[in-house]
Design a protein. Structure first.
Length: 206
């Protein structure tokens, strides 16, 4: 009888609605969803091994580096440097002696080089787009999209382990490390970057 009387309140509560579950925090829910999504990613989407070095010869390497997104990602030094006129970045007056001439930044990821090797014309052409990791550049078939040849494009050997690629307005530096070539620095400029005083810069702009 004691057991029955003790259970009575519990049995009476059995017909009541079950209390709502404790709400899950946004952080916990987000983490759970991310974990679930990660488990659903197919193997084909997982990180791919880095491509082999295209060539020990720099000229051959550069053609591949210019046209393949995976090679750009694998053979860009981390971090690489970007050197720009200070007034481009900070909106100051060109030639203002209060500021340095150049702004040097460190960046990560694949370099955006702005040139591709066109097999049809056997020349480097201008292309400002960014290649996806699995993308290989192809010359556009439409006449209106015909790529423009880059003026003054030169490949300069500095030493057995260092090359520069130069054209009107930029110089790119490459160095040989661990048996392959790596993009190290992008230096962009214009004649105005070399004027010494704001007054001189204004005359150059006239």
């Amino acid at each position: 009888m004691l057991v029955t009387s003790a259970l009575a309140p519990l049995l009476a509560c059995g017909n009541e609605a079950t209390p709502p579950a404790r709400p899950q925090s946004v952080t916990a829910a987000s983490s759970s969803e991310q974990l679930s999504q990660a488990r659903q990613i197919p193997a084909s989407k997982s990180a791919q091994p880095a491509p082999a070095c295209p060539s020990k010869q720099f000229d051959t390497f550069l053609k591949s580096f210019a046209n393949r997104g995976d090679v750009q990602a694998a053979y860009t030094a981390q971090p690489y440097k970007v050197k720009l006129p200070y007034y481009w970045v900070h909106s100051t007056a060109a030639g203002d002696p209060r500021y340095p001439r150049w702004d040097v930044q460190e960046r990560h990821g694949a370099a955006q080089i702005g040139y591709r090797f066109d097999v049809r014309t056997n020349a480097y052409v201008s292309d400002s787009g960014k290649l996806a990791l699995d993308e290989q550049w192809r010359r556009p078939e439409q006449a209106a999209l015909k790529p423009r040849k880059i003026g003054g494009f030169k490949i300069k050997r500095l030493s057995a382990s260092r090359y520069e690629v130069a054209a009107d307005g930029f110089v790119h530096s490459y160095a040989k490390k661990s048996g392959c070539w790596y993009f190290e620095q992008s230096w962009s400029f214009e004649p105005l970057a070399y004027c010494k005083w704001p007054e001189q810069c204004k005359r150059w702009q006239e």
